[in-house]
Design a protein around this ligand. Structure first.
Ligand code: BGC
Length: 500
């Protein structure tokens, strides 16, 4: 009898622990999975009909050496023509949404809202209704780095009027598609729009550290203006949600001595673009604001290089979100630069401004073949917890996460392992730490034009043959893996470490 009870307990215990494991492997029922791309990286058709030139078109036509393989996005994946094939691939994966971006001068050829291209309007209209017909929700990014060159010629994001230009563009897009789109992202990665662009690393390829800081203010105001337009003119009718997609690495001090510089580096790179929106106080992060004021003074500037917000601007930007959009790929250690030390590639995005050196740990080294993409899955859990700690229990949507390789192998085990290990940490954040993560977006649907790495870096779950004018797409093992996870809403999907 006693033995019977003991065996009974044992069985119940096993069942409970199995249920626990399954529960831990499972995402909440309302959790949403999606895949992402951006317009310049996939569309091609750079001068089709009356499309205007954007800053990447212009840069790579005038300075082709900017890209490792001297390639550009003139044709890319040719998704302008092959969009229906893309939508079929997405439908086959069974994901809930597709995040893509609108190429500003494809819709507004000269950048201004006085002239809307019928072709651009039709193209994005077809894409959106094609998605909906397949049961996939469109998640639309208004700006994934495709500034019209005509506006760059007027100063781009360093011109205060860029706030109006972007607001006008946003209103056009909302007017055309708000009845069919529920989730919007205004700006993709403000840090990359403002820092490497003014350090001759990405388009428009300028060198001007003050430009980077002016851009920071105006891009936040532009985001907020678009948010408020939606809130006032469209939300009452359609009830959709709008936010910004900010990029964040996980930063940790290299040693215990490096805590202060790590906090400053976080403020400089990330909190600069989140604190004004998500904090209760609004405005620039106080530590960064004080640091920049002091530094600008010591350099002889009559005022801070980081332009102040007025009280009205603080109110406009504060609270301009419906969720936190997070792009995350990798982690870094931070330490203070030694006197006269060179800033390595990791620190090129403006960290000389604050004297921080970014590095990696040997145990994070990856097979990605791209130095910057070190793998440290715990970083995403730490980051999700820090966002909650800093801004409260807000909804967080992971708007990008993904892995690259240089060989483009169809049996892309490295990518599957990356997704699995990062998703495990996301689950721990949801189930263990009770962080309110509502969705996950895998970057990317397709191998595509990976900015200055051209076509040598492959982030796609589908390979594209760029040597074939028909640009055929082939699913990789990771497409099958991601499909299984998205359909099961669980990581308990068997062994995918080989193409099966
Ligand atoms: C960008 C993508 C890019 C990806 C991988 C993200 O920061 O939004 O456009 O392809 O990183 O580098």
């Amino acid at each position: 009898m006693k033995l019977g009870i003991a065996v009974g307990y044992l069985i119940v215990d096993r069942l409970l622990s199995l249920a626990g494991q399954i529960a831990c492997q499972s995402f909440p029922p309302e959790f949403r999975f999606g895949v992402a791309t951006s317009s310049y990286q996939i569309e091609g058709a750079w001068n089709k009909k009356i499309k205007g030139e954007n800053i990447w078109d212009h840069l790579l036509h005038t300075r082709p050496e900017f890209v490792a393989d001297r390639s550009n996005g003139d044709v890319a994946c040719d998704s302008y023509h092959l969009w229906e094939q893309d939508l079929d691939l997405i439908a086959e994966m069974g994901v809930d949404f597709y995040r893509f971006s609108i190429n500003w001068p494809r819709l507004l050829p000269n950048g201004f809202a006085n002239k809307i291209s019928a072709d651009g309007r039709r193209y994005y209209g077809d894409l959106i209704s094609g998605l909906r017909a397949r049961g996939i929700a469109p998640v639309v990014t208004l700006y994934h780095w495709e500034l019209p060159q005509s506006l760059q010629d007027l100063g781009g994001w360093a011109n205060p009027l860029s706030v109006e230009w972007f607001a006008d563009y946003a209103r056009v897009v909302f007017s055309l598609y708000a009845d069919q789109v529920d989730t919007w992202l205004t700006i993709n990665e403000a840090i990359y729009v403002c820092e490497p662009s003014y350090r001759d690393i990405v388009a428009p390829g300028l060198v001007n550290e003050v430009g980077a800081l002016l851009c920071s203010k105006y891009i936040l105001l532009a985001h907020a203006a678009a948010y408020r337009i939606y809130e006032e003119e469209f939300k009452p009718k359609y009830g959709g949600e709008v936010s910004i997609a900010n990029h964040e690495f996980w930063f940790e001090p290299k040693t215990d001595e490096d805590l202060d510089i790590t906090v400053l580096a976080r403020d400089y790179a990330f909190t600069r673009f989140s604190y004004p929106i998500y904090s209760a106080e609004g405005g620039w992060p106080p530590l960064l604001e004080a640091f920049m004021e002091e530094k600008s003074k010591s350099e002889g500037y009559p005022r801070s290089k980081l332009p102040a917000f007025t009280p009205e601007e603080i109110e406009l930007v504060k609270g301009s979100y419906d969720f936190f959009g997070l792009n995350h790929y990798s982690s870094r250690t931070v330490r203070a630069a030694l006197p006269g030390e060179e800033y390595g590639a990791f620190s090129a995005d403006g960290f000389d401004e604050i004297g921080a050196i970014l590095e990696s740990r040997p145990e994070w080294a990856s097979e990605s073949g791209q130095d910057w993409l070190t793998v440290h899955p715990e970083g995403i859990r730490n980051l999700l917890n820090r966002i909650k700690q800093q801004y409260g229990d807000i909804k967080i949507m992971i708007t990008e996460n993904g892995f690259t390789d240089l060989d483009g192998d169809l049996n892309d085990i490295g990518r599957i392992e990356y997704f699995e290990s990062y998703l495990e940490q996301v689950l721990l954040a949801i189930n263990g730490d009770k962080v309110n993560v509502v969705g996950y977006t895998a970057w990317s649907l397709l191998d595509n034009f990976e900015w200055t790495s051209g076509y040598q870096s492959h982030f796609g779950m589908h390979a594209v043959d760029f040597s074939d004018p028909r640009r055929p797409r082939t699913p990789k093992a990771s497409a099958r893996y991601f499909k299984s996870v998205a359909r099961a809403r669980s990581l308990d999907v068997g062994n995918f470490t080989a193409a099966n």
